[in-house]
Design a protein. Structure first.
Length: 568
């Protein structure tokens, strides 16, 4: 039977208990939503004792189904003030599954200013250990120290100095499979600040001597269906640009048509996007000894991760992704891939969300604090975050905080969270998702990339956003959404796998309704109880008023369409 760990920071105790029966068939996004609606007061202070930090594995954790070892981290967001689930790859979830742990909850806050880490050793013992010696140590150094102390067969889930300082953009970094770089970020919503408020520096998980064995209702049936889906995903991945290049390949899909954000979502084109695109990336990998087609978690067949080296062939960063490149790049008018890679490394090391931070830098450029395209000035701003200067702390609190402080009129946020790398005027379904997702502006909640290059491009975009938001809820409860994209024809087989694993009937509504619709509505119910209203489900005004210079399009989805989107 799966276990859960309850960490009480008031008493500094850890208890290992059987997983609640109510959560038996849940995982990932669905488990976060259900746990929070049951246990976290929606109007609580995100950095106070009543909020909880939640870590969990997926519905199919511990099985042979590819990419099901994603880690979901949740709580009430210090940035948005609403529910937050941030989904991340890396090695931690696989090791939690081998330890037989489905859920970790961290309650309360300690009385003093100490710092602790949750250590799960190879024998399966879980304990809180003094981490005071690691105060102020950033993620790369910390991960290295843990390998020196406990060996290579482990994963770390940690915060850097940004989380300790309670920056509202603070991320939680997870080490990747194989190389151990802390480059997989649960980035959105400031959950690193929540972890910091609990005075937890890290969760350190060792590989167990005796791995947990998953109990199946019908193991033979599960393996039969699992093999079909794994083959389907592997076949699709062969021709996937994410596999063959990486998510940076999206630059080529968005750069020529106004979807790529440029100069703080101005709607302009950026002809130099090729300097930060796939060809430049692949050339640099080939000439510097970098690598792509890497798996961030065991058993992944999509393998979209990478290692990016500097000009001297030394490791610089990994998991170098589209969002980071688009927003530190064209959205700041920067066309220097190496400079962007340095920014990515700094953000991962101190533990801040690259999307939030890049948009905050764009606020500085929009208001003239630094010049558009000045990569050195942008790096200097990030250094202020590292040092914790007064302005560095402001940057650490994200795009909206910086924009308001500098008097910016065009601040691209929804529910206080900065927009990812897609201009909503030119992919209107994605704009609807940004506006209405309980998570705040979030492309992973339902990215449509649909036709929307003129004022007629609004047809069926609300429908597409609705269906994708539901699909992403159950996908994020189960697996990586990149793999999920290749098994859409096999979605009915998920019902067979659920039945073979947990028992009962093979009913697809168990997936679509139970994990999809119910999760989305639960998240919305939490936010409503937290005080959010329909006015929070809107894009910034400038997207409605300003036409995209590249296409002439504006965001013209009316309020009624947004308000009835989830009237299932």
């Amino acid at each position: 039977m799966w276990s859960k760990l309850v960490v009480d920071m008031q008493s500094l105790t850890v208890s290992k208990e059987p997983l609640d029966d109510a959560y038996r068939e849940l995982g990932g996004k669905a488990l976060i939503a259900q746990y929070m609606i049951n246990n976290v007061p929606p109007q609580c202070d995100p950095l106070g004792a009543q909020n909880q930090l939640i870590l969990c594995t997926s519905v199919f954790a511990g099985t042979k189904f590819t990419t099901t070892h994603r880690l979901s981290i949740g709580g009430k967001s210090p940035l948005t003030g609403g529910i937050k689930e941030s989904n991340v790859g890396g090695y931690a979830a696989a090791l939690l599954a081998e330890q037989g742990i489905k859920l970790i909850v961290v309650k309360n806050i300690p009385a003093g200013d100490g710092l602790w880490m949750l250590h799960i050793d190879a024998a399966g013992n879980a304990s809180l250990e003094d981490a005071g010696a690691y105060a102020g140590v950033n993620n790369y150094e910390f991960a290295g120290k843990m390998r020196e102390r406990f060996g290579d067969k482990l994963a770390t889930v940690s915060i850097g100095s940004a989380g300790e300082r309670l920056y509202k953009s603070a991320s939680i970094q997870v080490t990747e499979f194989g190389y151990g770089h802390p480059s997989r970020a649960a980035g959105r919503g400031g959950l690193g600040a929540l972890m910091g408020s609990k005075r937890i520096k890290a969760v350190v998980i060792e590989k167990p001597k005796e791995p947990f064995k998953v109990q199946y209702a019908d193991e033979a049936k599960f393996n039969e269906v699992c093999q079909k889906l794994n083959k389907m995903i592997a076949a699709g991945a062969k021709n996937d640009p994410f596999h063959n290049i990486g998510t940076i390949s999206t630059i080529e899909a968005t750069g020529a048509n106004g979807i790529l954000p440029v100069d703080n979502f101005s709607g302009k084109l950026f002809p130099a996007y090729t300097e930060v695109g796939a060809n430049k990336f692949m050339t640099n990998l080939a000439t510097r000894g970098g690598r792509n087609k890497l798996a961030c978690q065991p058993g992944c067949v999509v393998q979209c991760s990478n290692i990016y080296n500097d000009q001297d062939g030394n490791y610089l960063t990994s998991g170098f992704e589209y969002e980071t490149i688009a927003l530190f790049g064209p959205n700041c008018h920067i066309a220097d891939l190496d400079a962007i890679a340095k920014m990515d490394r700094i953000c991962d090391d101190i533990g801040v969300d690259t999307i939030e931070t890049a948009n905050a830098v764009a606020m500085c450029m929009e208001t003239g604090k630094i010049k558009w395209g000045d990569a050195d000035a942008a790096l200097a701003l990030l250094d202020e975050m590292v040092k914790g200067t007064e302005f560095g702390k402001l940057l650490g609190n994200g795009c909206e905080a910086v924009g308001q402080s500098l008097g910016c009129q065009r601040i691209p946020v929804v529910k206080h969270q900065a927009l990812p790398g897609y201009d909503p005027r030119n992919t209107k379904g994605t704009g609807i998702t940004y506006a209405t997702s309980p998570m705040g502006a979030d492309h992973t909640a339902g990215l449509t990339m649909g036709r929307a290059f003129d004022d007629c491009g609004r047809a069926a975009q609300a429908y597409a956003s609705n269906k994708l938001q539901v699909a992403m809820c159950f996908a994020d409860s189960m697996m990586c959404i990149f793999a999920f994209a290749h098994m859409v024809p096999g979605i009915p087989l998920l019902a067979d796998m659920m039945a073979a694993l947990y028992g009962g009937k093979a009913d697809i509504t168990r997936v679509t309704i139970g994990l999809g619709v119910k999760t989305l509505l639960t998240e919305r119910a939490f936010n409503k109880a937290a005080g959010m209203t329909a006015e929070d489900d809107r894009l910034p005004e400038f997207f409605y008023k300003e036409r995209s210079a590249a296409t002439g399009s504006q965001f013209d989805i009316n309020d009624y369409e947004l308000e009835v989107l989830f009237d299932f």
